[in-house]
Ligand binder design. Structure first.
Ligand code: UTP
Length: 296
């Protein structure tokens, strides 16, 4: 049976962003700009470039700036139009014109699994993507597209993973997995044997860390409903996947590209510097500026 098409992407954005306080006290971290776009827009554009235009954003209290960002701003558009600032007008309209966004609230930040579960009604009985907006991924083929290709091949849930130094594994979900053949190679796709959330380095089954991109199937909702709060007292998506693994195979892809954890101060700075250097309009001047810094 061929795999059903992935048409929707869920963006959990109801977390408290404590790593970025005080900036996130009155402003969602998903709206912090990397160069000139809010963090969340990178993920939304990645979904669009992967062929997904139905976006479901899970929000919470204090997150209305996200809704405003993807909404039409008549006042701003009128202002730009009347002053013939058409290039800026196109930039403002670019993404919101192409996507269909719905919102659902997570009243309390009870964990990533809980946030995903809030999207159940909007997702319905079809496969869907999950994008953690904090993870900004720079890749030639969008990371979600890489996952969707593997999902279509195996007709099974797929997670994005990357190798991390063993001492950092306790910040991530970690997989125990065996490589499988895919597109003539055996070092890109894995069949998962087990998963564990935030293991101690000495207990981690591998150095393969789960990052913020998933293709899931609707049976995950039932699994989320069954799991008890895990690491940090939160309903963990990793624990629900572990349960789902008992009834079906799940795969992981070592994606090609560079991932920045923009929800973390250092990762945010790295994303800002590297993405600014790649920009046609800014890169050359910014490079000159950086060269002039007396770095030792
Ligand atoms: P994080 O743990 O990175 O985000 O969750 P956080 O909790 O907002 O940040 P810190 O750790 O306090 O700094 C990953 C993603 O899952 C969402 C977050 O908004 C973020 O995009 N999330 C997390 C929810 O939507 N609900 C939750 O209950 C937890």
């Amino acid at each position: 049976m061929s795999a059903a098409k992935v048409r929707k992407a869920v963006f959990p954005a109801a977390g408290l962003g404590t790593r970025f306080l005080p900036a996130t006290k009155a402003q969602p971290k998903e709206m912090l700009p990397v160069v000139d776009k809010p963090i969340i827009q990178y993920g939304v554009e990645e979904a669009l470039h992967s062929g997904i235009r139905n976006i479901v954003i899970v929000t919470g209290r204090g997150k209305s700036a996200i809704e405003d960002h993807f909404d039409v701003s008549f006042e701003l558009e009128h202002h730009l139009e009347s002053r013939h600032k058409l290039e800026l007008l196109a930039k403002v309209r670019q993404v919101s014109d192409l996507i269909d966004v719905s919102y659902v609230r997570q009243k309390e930040a009870l964990g990533l699994g809980h946030a995903v579960n809030r999207a159940q009604e909007l997702v319905g009985q079809e496969p869907f993507a999950v994008v953690l907006p904090d993870d900004v991924i720079d890749a030639e083929t969008p990371c979600l597209r890489q996952l969707m290709d593997v999902y279509e091949f195996f007709n099974a849930p797929v997670l994005a993973v990357m190798e991390v130094p063993k001492e950092s594994i306790s910040s991530y979900g970690c997989i125990d997995a065996e490589p499988v053949s895919y597109n003539g190679s055996r070092n890109k796709v894995y069949r998962i044997r087990d998963l564990v959330e935030k293991p101690k380095p000495s207990e981690a089954p591998s150095n393969l860390a789960i990052i913020g991109r998933y293709i899931l199937t609707p049976d995950i909702f039932e699994c989320i409903g069954k799991v008890q709060p895990g690491a940090g007292g939160e309903i963990q998506l990793t624990d629900a996947l572990r349960l789902q693994l008992r009834s079906r195979p799940i795969y992981a892809v070592k994606f090609e590209g560079k991932r920045y954890d923009a929800g973390d101060k250092l990762g945010f700075l790295q994303a800002t510097v590297e993405l600014a250097l790649k920009r046609e309009d800014l890169g050359a001047a910014f490079r000159e500026y950086l060269k002039g810094l007396n770095l030792r």
